[in-house]
Design a protein around this ligand. Structure first.
Ligand code: CA
Ligand code: CA
Ligand code: CA
Length: 517
């Protein structure tokens, strides 16, 4: 007991003295020429320290084990020769559906009420099931959830209409029709050579309407000199630092299977997590068209690179974000779709997330468009936030390569939660009750519909992939276009609407029909 107390006190003193996070998790930028010396000095000085090259302009992650935190002096590290900058490894969060937090608050209230009436000790019903009746059913099947068969999900109509590009559920995609995507497909469906990296929670890469549009890494395709399949030979055939990375990379699990691990609905209501965010985003970028199945993305015939850096808990780190961006821009992505928010920038506290800024600058240097969600309000400030005054990152960074996207509903009104900004938000796109692909070869516009709690797929997260898909479709039709020409075309073709007037650079809503004329 005394020993534990001493340790805690020890950490407290250390972290106050150095303004260091107790976790000992840092990002360090060093001059590439000093890499080896830096590594060996640090590793010999601090046994157990982990140093990981993040593949971006000399940035490394340094993790100091708790047993050695007391011997770690971050100020001394920042003064080492060759070290340019040291910052905490700031957190990244999923931008979740705004109605999710309301539903969670309701559940918390119901739990509190239930505990008041409850049986005290409880194995069985009471404690395992926080809300009476919530946990019934056969083996985890939950009523009204997007997740089982189409019969479990009566919201999905299934009329086959040849005029809709042979995607039977297109009529449920109000947003796709609203931006005139179906009219654009008459002219152009996209080229597989154009790649959009969905940098998110991963993608259900077994999904019937996504699998054919997944990017295949040419450097890990075909057979090696032994006649083995390069995609599974355990060798980094293209020497990019990742073994068998055939469709992208999982920076959470550190493997070649960037699957979208989603959290079950009860856990979502109790503690949050990932509802299958990346899969929903990927569908609006590029669910497969003309295949007689499901829905279509804005770009029905391009390639999706799946990059997972947000865990099933809905959280990630700056280290994995910048490694993800580096992976995308170094492995052939033309556009990245970014429906997430970062910490670390605070002008009042004079802190900045320099590593993330550096990654976006690298995107700009490579000409890879960075499409970013404007954000659903601002932490502690509430919804409907002007990002000119209260920026949200990464969308509000001052890099021209960023296209910041607000969320609109089916009437063209700004989503009640959506951020906006005359200078810092570029364009609006569908982002309320958006229908798309969900984990398990399913489709839905609803995250949760049970016991009076309805959470729909809402958010600037959902708006962003529409713009990423549109950029890819335009690039497919104009292969020589520069990123700035693509951005200009997106903004100039926007349909002017009152809700975006004075609240965005373009003053309008994404208009794919006009973009592709
Ligand atoms: Ca590789
Ligand atoms: Ca290989
Ligand atoms: Ca389809």
């Amino acid at each position: 007991m005394k020993a534990i107390l001493a340790l805690i006190i020890g950490f407290g003193i250390q972290s106050t003295a150095n303004a260091a996070p107790a976790s000992g998790d840092y990002l360090v930028k060093y001059e590439p020429s000093t890499a080896h010396a830096y590594r060996s000095r640090l590793m010999s000085a601090l046994p157990g320290v982990k140093v990981q090259d993040l593949g971006l302009n000399g940035w490394t992650r340094v993790q100091v084990p708790p047993s050695n935190l007391r011997n770690f002096d971050v100020n001394a590290l920042s003064k080492m020769p060759g070290v340019l900058y040291v910052q905490p490894n700031y957190k990244i969060r999923l931008l979740e559906s705004p109605s999710m937090s309301e539903a969670r608050a309701k559940v918390a209230a119901m739990i509190a009420k239930n505990r008041g009436d409850g049986d005290g000790d409880g194995d069985g019903g009471g404690d395992d099931c926080p809300i009476p009746g919530m946990c019934g059913g056969d083996g985890g099947g939950l009523p009204g959830m997007p997740g089982g068969t189409p019969e479990d999900n009566p919201a999905i109509p299934a009329p086959v209409n040849p005029a809709t590009g042979d995607n039977p559920l297109l009529s449920s995609q109000w947003g796709m029709l609203d931006i005139g995507a179906d009219k654009a497909w008459v002219r152009h469906l996209g080229r597989k050579e154009v790649v959009v990296a969905v940098i998110d929670t991963g993608v259900d890469y077994t999904h019937e309407d996504l699998v054919e549009n997944l990017w295949r890494n040419p450097g890990e395709s075909g057979t090696d000199s032994q006649g083995k399949d390069k995609s599974s030979n355990g060798v980094d055939d293209d020497n990019n630092g990742y073994v068998d990375d055939i469709i992208g990379w999982d920076f959470v699990s550190k493997d070649n299977k960037p699957f979208d691990l989603s959290t079950d609905p009860i856990q979502l209501l109790l503690g949050g997590g990932n509802p299958g965010h990346g899969t929903h985003c990927a569908g609006n970028v590029a669910a497969r068209g003309l295949n007689g199945k499901g829905v279509s993305g804005v770009a029905p015939n391009i390639s999706i690179m799946s990059i997972r850096f947000i865990s099933e808990k809905g959280q990630g780190t700056t280290a994995d974000a910048i490694a993800s961006i580096a992976y995308a821009i170094n492995n052939g992505a033309h556009v990245t779709s970014n429906s997430w928010g970062s910490e670390g920038e605070d002008s009042a506290e004079q802190t900045e997330n320099k590593a993330l800024r550096d990654a976006i600058q690298a995107s700009q240097d490579k000409g890879v468009l960075f499409i970013a969600a404007a954000g659903n309000g601002h932490q502690g400030v509430g919804y409907n936030n002007d990002t000119d005054a209260k920026p949200g990152y990464p969308a509000s960074y001052d890099h021209d390569i960023i296209v910041s996207v607000a969320a609109l509903d089916s009437t063209g009104a700004l989503g009640s939660f959506s951020n906006w900004g005359a200078r810092t938000v570029d364009i609006g796109a569908p982002g309320v009750k958006v229908f798309s692909t969900t984990v398990g070869s399913n489709y839905s516009d609803t995250v949760i519909d049970m016991f009076g709690m309805v959470v729909t797929w809402d958010g600037t997260s959902m708006a962003t992939p529409h713009v990423a898909g549109a950029a890819a479709l335009y690039l497919s039709a104009h292969p020589g276009a520069t990123w700035s020409e693509v951005k200009k075309a997106l903004l100039e073709s926007a349909f002017k609407i009152p809700s975006m007037n004075g609240k965005s650079v373009s003053g309008g809503k994404l208009n794919v029909e006009k973009l592709m004329l």
